[in-house]
Structure formats: structure tokens, C-alpha cells
Design a protein around this ligand. Structure first.
Ligand code: SF4
Ligand code: SF4
Length: 393
């Protein structure tokens, strides 16, 4: 006898999806063209057609447990071929944003960072926090004379803010990830072969580093290039940040590493050439990474404008993130130029302050922003590989 399955649509969830820009989902009439054209859809339980039905029916719990929405790399090949203009690629992007918000810990941060309407609140937190720190420590002014950023905002204060808050963000992210893992692995009764985790994870990392899935896209190949630029820009900047921390605490070198610093000279055998090389390599990696980030951000904007016009609410979450990526690269670059050209203190230090606020947004809000995709996607792909479901076409 056929078994009956009862679904309870979550009307509130449907309204939330529509408000976030997924209104096009109502046009879907289940032709499955999207699943056929998707270059990443596995043979076993293909997507995104089934996710479109789930979204139309408001099956929130089922969507929260879906690993498949994370296998999509948002190339929008499916949206291009959808005969109804239902834009399944964009709907999946909104579903992923909802999953990040639902798994966020604490939930309020998911709401603040995940909802584009709250961008000013999200920015006000670091602004007020920094102003209070500067006020308490007597640094609420723009020092005259040569531009040295640590005179305005001492590096030790920056570390005292960022190190514990980054650790807290990692902890919060770990809680979100454990919720997510529990949800997606519910279909296997949370009984996955433990020995399969490491090989599946390594295979996933290799795929991500090489961006091999992006190369399968037909309609929007430029998206892969933009993603590579942003991805490696971030990695380069993370490396240079760790590098700067090592210079500061390991070698006691204070930025901007002058050629005649006696400590640096002593460590490098008294050779100014060696100091110059150490300083130049550091700057080169930092600048190339910033340029990569900027170029990737510009390319993403160009692609999105080409794809569907500027005034869309569908991707406002993405727009904000792209804007912040661009601004963080630009403000860092400008702050450096202003320091070298000895700009008026009010302009140079204000630019540096803005840069720090944006860096705070990128690092501390990572568990709730678009950047969280990187971790969610890595976990979901690893899971599907463990389930032997990530079939290559
Ligand atoms: S989203 Fe478009 S292509 Fe996919 S099933 Fe619906 S109507 Fe067909
Ligand atoms: S956006 Fe691309 S990867 Fe995602 S479902 Fe559509 S075709 Fe597949």
C-alpha cells in the first residue's frame, strides 16, 4: 500500500523568501529544464527543480536539511534556460542565505548581518566600539606630523580587539556548523562512516582550491575568474596579516619597517638589502592580494550588471558583500598611499579608521555574512562525498 506523506507548508517562510527576492519562484511549473541544464547537478536526486517545489511549498525544515543547495555554485545557467523566468539559481542563493540565518549563533547576529536593511546597525557596532576604545585610551584625535597609523590607533589595541573577537567568531561559527552538520546528516540518521570524512574533506578542498566546479559553467564563465580573484585575494591578505603578527610579536618589528631600524638590521646581519627584500616581499604579497580582491570585486559587479540589471532585490545580500570587499581593498590601498604621500592627518586617519571598520565586518561577521558560504559549502560537499552522492558529470 502506498505510504502517505503529509507536509506542512510554512507560510511565514514563503513570505520571508519572497521578501528576500525569491518572488520569481511562483512562476516555476516544474518542467525540470533547470535540473537538466545544471552542469553540477548529480544523477542521484538532481537539483534545483526539487528545491523550487520545496520553496514554493514553504518546506522550511526540509530545506534546512538540504546539502544539495550548497552544491550549486550560482552560475545561473539554469536561470538562463528556465522557460518561465523563475530564476532557480537566484532562488537557491536566497535559500542559502536563509540557512545561514537559521543556523546563526547567536540568532540575532544572523538577523543583523544577514538582512541588508540592517547594514547600518552592523556597521555602527564596530564604529562605536572603536570610538569607545580610542576615547578611553586618550587617542580620540588625529596626531599631527608624519602619518603613522599606530600613533592614531596603536597596533596593540587593534590586536587586543581583533584576537579575542576573532576567537569568539570562530567559536560561534563552530556552533552554527554543528547545527548545520546535524541537519544535513539527519537523512543518514547521523550515522556516517567516520573514516570517510578526511579523504572526502581533502577532495573537497582540492576542488575548491582549483575551482574545478566553476569551470563546468557554460553561460557565466567570467564568474569563476572573479571568484578565483576574490578567493585568492582573501587568502593572500590572511597570510600577510599572520605575517605582520609574526613580524610584530615574533621579531618585534613595528610597521612600516624602516630600513635603518637597528632591531631589524641586527636580525638580518646588518644588511639593509635584506631588510629591503623582507619588507618588499611583504608589501608585494599584500598589494597583489589587495589588487586581486579589487579586480575580483569589480568583475563580480560587471557580471551581475550584465546579467540582470542593478535594481534587483534578489541579490542585495550579495551586493552588500561585494561592496564591502571592494571598499576594504580600496580603503587599505588608499590608506597606504596617503601615508606615503603624507596626506593631511584628518583624511589619512579617517580612511584608516574606515578600513578597520570594514576589516571588522569581514572578519568578525564572517559566520553570518556571504563569506560563511565558503565553510557551509565545504561542509556540505564533504558530506555528499561521504554519502557517495557528489557525482561528476
Ligand atoms: S525553475 Fe524553471 S526550469 Fe526549473 S522546473 Fe521551474 S520552470 Fe522549469
Ligand atoms: S545556478 Fe548553476 S550550479 Fe546552481 S543550480 Fe543553477 S545551473 Fe546549477
Amino acid at each position: 500500500m502506498a505510504q502517505e506523506t503529509a507536509f506542512t507548508p510554512d507560510i511565514k517562510f514563503i513570505r520571508e523568501l519572497k521578501a528576500a527576492g525569491a518572488d520569481t519562484m511562483k512562476k516555476c511549473y516544474q518542467c525540470a529544464t533547470c535540473s537538466v541544464v545544471c552542469p553540477l547537478s548529480p544523477d542521484d536526486r538532481p537539483f534545483p527543480r526539487k528545491e523550487m517545489v520545496m520553496a514554493q511549498w514553504g518546506l522550511k525544515d526540509e530545506l534546512l536539511k538540504s546539502a544539495d543547495i550548497w552544491l550549486c555554485h550560482n552560475c545561473n545557467d539554469c536561470s538562463k534556460y528556465c522557460p518561465r523566468g523563475a530564476r532557480p539559481g537566484d532562488v537557491l542563493a536566497i535559500l542559502r542565505k536563509s540557512v545561514i540565518q537559521e543556523n546563526a549563533f547567536p540568532r540575532i547576529m544572523g538577523k543583523i548581518v544577514g538582512d541588508p536593511k540592517n547594514i547600518w546597525q552592523a556597521m555602527a557596532i564596530p564604529v562605536l566600539f572603536f570610538l569607545v576604545i580610542l576615547g578611553i585610551t586618550g587617542h580620540l584625535n588625529f596626531p599631527e606630523g608624519e602619518i603613522v597609523f599606530s600613533k592614531f590607533f596603536p597596533v596593540h589595541y587593534i590586536d587586543m580587539i581583533f584576537v579575542p573577537l576573532s576567537a569568539l567568531a570562530v567559536l560561534m561559527f563552530a556552533v552554527s556548523m554543528s547545527r548545520f552538520w546535524k541537519n544535513i546528516s539527519a537523512e543518514s540518521g547521523n550515522k556516517l562512516p567516520k573514516g570517510d570524512f578526511l579523504p572526502s574533506f581533502m577532495e573537497t578542498l582540492k576542488e575548491i582550491m582549483l575551482h574545478s566546479k566553476f569551470r563546468k559553467c557554460d553561460e557565466n564563465k567570467d564568474r569563476g575568474i572573479a571568484h578565483v580573484l576574490v578567493f585568492y585575494g582573501f587568502i593572500g591578505l590572511a597570510i600577510t596579516t599572520a605575517w605582520a603578527v609574526f613580524y610584530l610579536y615574533g621579531l618585534k618589528w613595528e610597521s612600516p619597517y624602516p630600513l635603518d631600524d637597528p632591531d631589524i638590521l641586527a636580525l638580518l646581519g646588518g644588511s639593509t638589502t635584506m631588510v629591503w627584500i623582507a619588507r618588499t616581499i611583504f608589501k608585494l604579497v599584500a598589494n597583489i592580494s589587495a589588487i586581486s580582491l579589487l579586480a575580483g570585486g569589480v568583475l563580480i559587479i560587471k557580471n551581475r550588471l550584465k546579467e540582470r540589471g542593478f535594481e534587483t532585490s534578489t541579490s542585495s545580500f550579495d551586493w552588500i558583500f561585494v561592496g564591502i570587499v571592494l571598499l576594504v581593498g580600496l580603503s587599505g590601498f588608499l590608506a597606504q598611499v596617503m601615508r606615503m604621500m603624507n596626506f593631511p592627518p584628518v583624511i589619512a586617519y579617517s580612511t584608516y579608521f574606515i578600513h578597520l571598520v570594514l576589516v571588522f565586518y569581514i572578519i568578525i561577521y564572517m559566520p553570518y555574512s556571504k563569506l560563511a558560504h565558503f565553510v557551509y559549502r565545504t561542509v556540505a560537499i564533504t558530506y555528499t562525498k561521504m554519502m557517495k552522492r557528489d557525482v561528476e558529470m
